[in-house]
Ligand binder design. Structure first.
Ligand SMILES: [Fe+2]
Ligand SMILES: [Fe+2]
Length: 460
């Protein structure tokens, strides 16, 4: 048995077969990069208005993967063609028309069916077909990139199949799904498919649903399972830092704080979509952070679930921060608030190190693990903030911090307009009694004072 030739990529015979040319490959990769960019934007545009948390979790992951894949595609295209072809314009009008129809999907079922029932399966099939059509030796860098994307896409497809099955569980929903699928299929076929190479039959398309300009709705929605979503009182902020509170109770508070991070991806979405003239690295950095924030919320929910706590019912996982930032600040001001928050998490005595040490002192292995990785992510987030925001605002770091602090205080007052006074209840003492089987060590008069708008007395 000889040592395999050609680094084990293929046989001499396979390497001697003529595959797709550089020109044709670049043309496909350009379309793919554009389609994935649009898919990422759909995730960002829909994140707030999609109420189901499980869908927000998946959108957060998939838009991060799309951003990464677009970055890989852009780099590969630039390796093959100098100067690189323009990558920020639609490669064809019919393709753009299809993507626009998909963006106009109404409500969660149409969004899931469109992206996970129509778009992503077509992308996956086109990537496999392109992979097979390439010469395995000469096009190795392209094939390697495609295989990485395909591995991600196949995992995405498994989520998508199950989600589609759930939203097509009744005869009526199946009927509507097949109408919507037929509508989108007609537009995709007219575009020549993902590759643009399929036969596009002449003939009329169904009437377009898309209007001239898409208006994203950035108001954060939570579904009805989050029964306390209108209660903006959140004592864990203070509990986790109060000297008189023991580490066990502090750790519980920290895990509630992690779960509350559900609205960080929501408030990051407009910072990405509305940013003008930034290089793609900005998008990949910000989408990575968005996904990290979604994972931080997941860490909290996993912890609470693991302890048998009905967190959707018992913890007021309100979207207060995303309401404040999305409804009352422009995206750059909102970004400055996020920047100020992230930088404040770095000091050892009060920030992420303190949170990790608290969980560790409580000998809580799961909470320690979560805080450990949360801290690691935060190191990256502080760097991302420093890298992009001061130049975007043309300010020094100190000026950005000052702006962030000012805007954070300004928007606190707005939250009162969204709060039903009857719902603003300090739930912490009952919660601690139920979970820890004892009274809270938190001074009840101090609860919520850290953020005046969360304090019931001030709302009456
Ligand atoms: Fe976070
Ligand atoms: Fe963060």
């Amino acid at each position: 048995m000889p040592i395999p030739p050609l680094a084990g990529l293929c046989t001499y015979e396979e390497a001697a077969r003529v595959g797709v040319s550089v020109d044709d490959s670049v043309r496909f990769l350009l379309r793919l990069a554009w389609i994935r960019k649009r898919a990422m934007e759909m995730g960002l545009y829909w994140l707030n208005s999609t109420p189901q948390w499980e869908v927000k979790e998946a959108l957060s992951l998939h838009l991060h993967l799309d951003a990464e894949h677009v970055g890989m595609l852009r780099r590969r295209i630039s390796e093959m063609r100098n100067p690189p072809p323009p990558m920020d314009e639609p490669p064809s009008e019919p393709l753009e028309a299809f993507l626009k129809e998909l963006l106009w999907a109404e409500q969660t079922p149409e969004r899931i069916i469109g992206v996970y029932g129509v778009l992503r399966p077509a992308i996956l099939e086109a990537c496999w077909a392109h992979d097979r059509s390439l010469n395995p030796l000469v096009a190795h860098p392209t094939r390697r990139m495609l295989r990485i994307m395909i591995a991600d896409d196949e995992q995405t497809a498994r989520w998508g199949e199950q989600a589609v099955a759930v939203v097509t569980g009744t005869d009526e929903s199946r009927r509507r799904a097949s109408e919507w699928t037929a509508h989108l299929d007609a537009y995709l076929t007219a575009a020549g498919g993902i590759t643009g190479d399929d036969d596009a039959p002449a003939g009329d398309l169904p009437a377009a649903r898309a209007g001239a300009a898409y208006q994203p709705d950035y108001f954060p929605q939570r579904d009805d399972r989050f029964v306390l979503r209108g209660n903006f009182v959140f004592p864990p902020h203070e509990v986790s830092r109060e000297d008189q509170v023991d580490v066990e109770e502090k750790t519980l508070a920290l895990m509630c704080k992690r779960a509350l991070e559900m609205d960080v991806p929501e408030l990051m979405a407009p910072m990405i979509t509305e940013a003008a003239n930034q290089p793609w690295a900005f998008t990949t950095d910000m989408c990575r952070q968005l996904w990290d924030e979604a994972r931080h919320a997941m860490m909290g929910t996993v912890y609470l679930q693991h302890r048998g706590i009905d967190w959707k019912r018992k913890v007021p996982l309100h979207p207060g921060a995303s309401i404040r930032l999305n409804m009352h600040l422009d995206p750059l001001e909102a970004h400055a608030v996020l920047y100020a928050v992230e930088q404040a998490l770095m000091p050892a005595k009060t920030g992420k190190r303190y949170e990790w040490a608290t969980a560790s002192e409580a000998s809580d292995a799961l909470a320690t693990q979560f805080q450990d990785y949360d801290w690691a992510d935060e190191v990256l987030h502080a760097q991302i903030g420093k890298r992009w925001l001061p130049p975007m605002l043309d300010m020094t770091k100190e000026q950005v911090l000052d702006l962030g602090h000012r805007k954070a205080v300004e928007t606190e007052a707005h939250l009162a307009n969204y709060a039903d006074p009857d719902e603003q209840i300090n739930w912490w003492p009952d919660f601690v009694r139920e979970v820890l089987g004892r009274e809270t060590r938190m001074d009840p008069t101090k609860s919520g004072i850290g953020d005046p708008v969360y304090h019931k007395d001030q709302m009456e």
